[in-house]
Unconditional design. Structure first.
Length: 558
């Protein structure tokens, strides 16, 4: 269910109705023989009621499985503080004639006043941190820890009410009873969760001794090789030497964490070295002017430096068991995952046909050219075909132009039944997939990995597309946490979640790994890339949080 801005305003207005009615009765002298005492007691009771309501919201939302109820928790809490503040101010201004000395003296002499005042003080930091801005500053974890003070404030309010009443204590006992039930529920839920976690640990299957499936740690930059004028290969080795601390398959990637201007930034790059060379891992990176991390690697990283790495991940793999032959089509730096497969298959002497079709801009942009020439001379089952799209030098005698339907047919004629892997910019892979399907290639034979480089026109188009975001027409609501954000500023869902202390899993931020998959409950988003999504994901409203930007009022399952 979507909780609209109008609905929230209606709730806030209803929270204010008792205060408005009290003010209306006061203006007409309808508060009884002792109006000050009536107003003090009424506002105090309302504060306790709203405080209990704010504490009830979370259990009710969980039991009813209605996460949207959490949207009203802050409204109830702020209303509780507002009525407590009015309660104290009426006491100070009218009962104590605005005398600070008398007020302090009265509080010091009467236990119920002291307890009530402590409860009010406990509510001050809760009210002060109730805004989205304060949640961002504190972070979700610290904010939730601070707001556990609501239980202490409620206990103080209940005791204050109980000690105040001299005759019938029914209402304060009811309030304390409700608070006790809520506290028992919270402790029970916590115990059951810990019990479930403990049971899962006890029943978990033992992990086989060996290299971890997912490894994180630091590695040393052993060598940096210049492949072309804008492409470098970085070789990483274990800090203490020896074999790699993780096992990977040809085509998988690793994730680097680099510190740029005091902030950790993560990016994923294909492991270009094959699994058969187990003492190092290499990535080959093109320097992009708009690439924050690629520029850092090219300009700041040196041999001997340490770098944080997590590995491996990715499903764009080929081990040689999936098919008896393979056709690989690479565009530019998209050759890196395909080169890992070429190296792996030739290292192990795989007998199946390997055909590599390379598309690059110029002869100077060809990556791994010498190595491929040598591999082709040594392995008769490896064939490479190269076409250049912008080469004007007459010395180039090879093919020219983009990958065409004719060239696709020529390659497929040599290998009609093999698996096909494509990697390159989206503007290349999308048409090629269409061409392959036109040639009758079945979907299950085609596997691809794409990437996008934002052009100036794309950036300008994105800015124009999100002008309405700055105007506040697009919003984002996180259903589980109940947080609603209006100041989107064209940011992705992942960036917004990070700014508001909401933990979303992610790795590459490049639409490759799929770790940040998030389901959109309602609303529309636009993604620059969605390579990690399959047909089932798209049918079920799953998006990539690292790419998705809100077009209107969006609610996500997070």
């Amino acid at each position: 269910m979507i909780v609209s801005r109008f609905t929230k305003r209606v709730v806030v207005l209803n929270c204010a109705v008792p205060a408005l009615l009290l003010a209306w009765d006061a203006s007409r002298n309808h508060l009884g023989a002792n109006p000050v005492n009536f107003a003090i007691r009424t506002t105090g009771l309302l504060s306790i009621i709203f405080l209990l309501l704010s504490l009830t919201v979370t259990p009710l939302a969980r039991l009813a499985k209605r996460s949207w109820l959490g949207t009203f928790r802050r409204s109830m809490g702020v209303s509780a503080f507002a009525y407590a503040a009015i309660h104290f101010n009426i006491f100070f201004w009218f009962d104590q004639a605005a005398s600070l000395v008398d007020t302090v003296s009265e509080i010091g002499m009467r236990l119920y006043l002291l307890i009530g005042f402590i409860g009010l003080l406990l509510m001050v930091p809760l009210a002060a941190t109730s805004t989205d801005g304060m949640i961002r500053r504190l972070g979700g974890r610290r904010w939730k820890l601070l707001h556990k003070l609501a239980y202490l404030a409620a206990i103080a309010g209940g005791l204050h009410f109980f000690l105040l009443v001299k005759a019938d204590a029914t209402r304060p006992l009811i309030a304390l009873g409700i608070l006790g039930v809520l506290f028992v529920y919270r402790m029970t839920a916590r115990y059951l969760q810990l019990n479930r976690d403990s049971r899962q640990l006890r029943t978990a299957k033992p992990v086989a001794v060996g290299k971890p499936r997912n490894w994180q740690g630091s590695m040393r930059v052993a060598r940096i090789f210049k492949e072309t004028h804008e492409v470098k290969t970085f070789r990483f080795v274990p800090v203490a030497g020896g074999p790699l601390p993780f096992e990977h398959q040809a085509g998988q990637y690793l994730t680097l964490t680099v510190n740029i201007e005091g902030k950790p930034v993560r990016r994923s790059y294909t492991i270009a070295s094959p699994p058969s060379r187990g003492h190092f891992a290499e990535i080959t990176v093109k320097r992009e002017e708009r690439g924050l991390v690629s520029r850092h690697l090219h300009d700041q990283l040196h041999e001997g430096d340490l770098i944080a790495i997590s590995a491996p991940a990715g499903r764009f793999i080929f081990t040689g068991n999936e098919a008896e032959s393979i056709v690989m089509i690479a565009g530019g730096v998209g050759i890196t995952p395909l080169m890992a497969k070429v190296r792996y298959l030739t290292d192990r002497g795989w007998p199946g046909p390997i055909h590599l079709l390379i598309s690059a801009r110029t002869e100077a942009d060809l990556i791994f050219r010498r190595e491929l020439d040598e591999l082709q001379s040594r392995h008769s089952n490896l064939r490479t075909t190269t076409t250049l799209t912008r080469e004007n030098a007459p010395a180039w005698t090879g093919r020219r132009g983009r990958v065409t339907a004719e060239l696709i047919r020529e390659v497929l004629a040599q290998d009609a039944n093999g698996r096909i892997h494509l990697c390159g910019p989206t503007e290349m892979t999308d048409p090629l997939i269409a061409l392959l399907k036109e040639q009758g290639v079945a979907d299950d034979r085609i596997h691809h990995e794409s990437f996008a480089f934002p052009s100036r026109g794309t950036v300008e188009a994105n800015t124009a597309a999100f002008d309405h975001v700055a105007a506040g027409m697009a919003t984002l609501e996180f259903a589980r946490s109940g947080q609603r954000v209006t100041d989107l500023m064209g940011r992705t869902i992942l960036e917004i979640a990070e700014a508001h202390g909401i933990a979303l899993p992610y790795d590459c931020r490049a639409a490759v790994c799929g770790q940040c998959k998030t389901r959109v409950i309602s609303g529309n988003v636009r993604m620059d890339a969605d390579d990690a999504l399959d047909a089932s994901d798209r049918a079920n409203g799953v998006v990539l949080a690292c790419q998705a930007r809100c077009q209107d009022q969006v609610v996500v399952e997070a």
